[in-house]
Design a protein around this ligand. Sequence first.
Ligand code: 3PY
Ligand code: MG
Length: 266
Amino acid sequence: MSDIRNRFKAALRDSVIPRIGLFLGLCDPYSAELLAGTGFDWLLIDAEHGPNDMRTVLAQLQALQGRGPDTLVRMVDHDPARIKQLLDIGVQTLLVPMVDSAEQARALVRATRYPPEGIRGVGTALARAARWNGVPDYLRQANDEICLIVQAESCEGLAALDEILAVDGIDAVFIGPSDLAASMGHLGQPNHPDVQTAVLDAIRRIARSGKAAGVFATRLDAASAFAQAGAHFVAVGTDTLLLRQAAEGLVKAFREGADRAVGSGY
Ligand code: 3PY
Ligand code: MG
């Protein structure tokens, strides 16, 4: 396997259709593999809120390799050493939370690029991403195939949005409605009208800039409003919520069925 082209990055550049994704917080290669066959365009391994570490991210990357959806990873912080490890185990599309300034965005770009553009350490003999020195030209190709997505999810981040968008090497900005709601004084209300207006405005600004816009939505009406505003990729849920809601629904359906059966004399 010597082709290291990043399909997700190419799709963001070329596609006009919003790409639908799911966040994975179960931290498990088996459930990731299962979800890879359900039709999502992309799956995001969440190491910000999900209790993932380098080994669990790796196991999920391996389970998802060569399957339908593109794979994204969200990291927990901005640490360049952690970025280096994630890139070396094969992550090419990175989502970084809580980016509030162009300066932070520039530092992230540098952390994801080999010199002279950046500061990524060189260790291809040990790196799965380079198939342990099995990809000819990896060092020359790698920088161009990184897709770096930063999250704007605070009032500060939205105030700096145009400057963040102007940073070379940032491919997309992803809006996080939950943290944005908290920052706007509406903790726990990502669907508050003021938050929704701010999200829609941000998506339009990102799309106008020529960069890709991404966003998280757990409600269908919000997801389609975001897509109509120009979002290129929309997360429409999490594996954790799907499991919980399905389990609760099943219990409820059977309990109500049993109650009806008892009530009707069976
Ligand atoms: C947010 O809504 O804050 C996010 O980060 C999306 O997952
Ligand atoms: Mg967030």
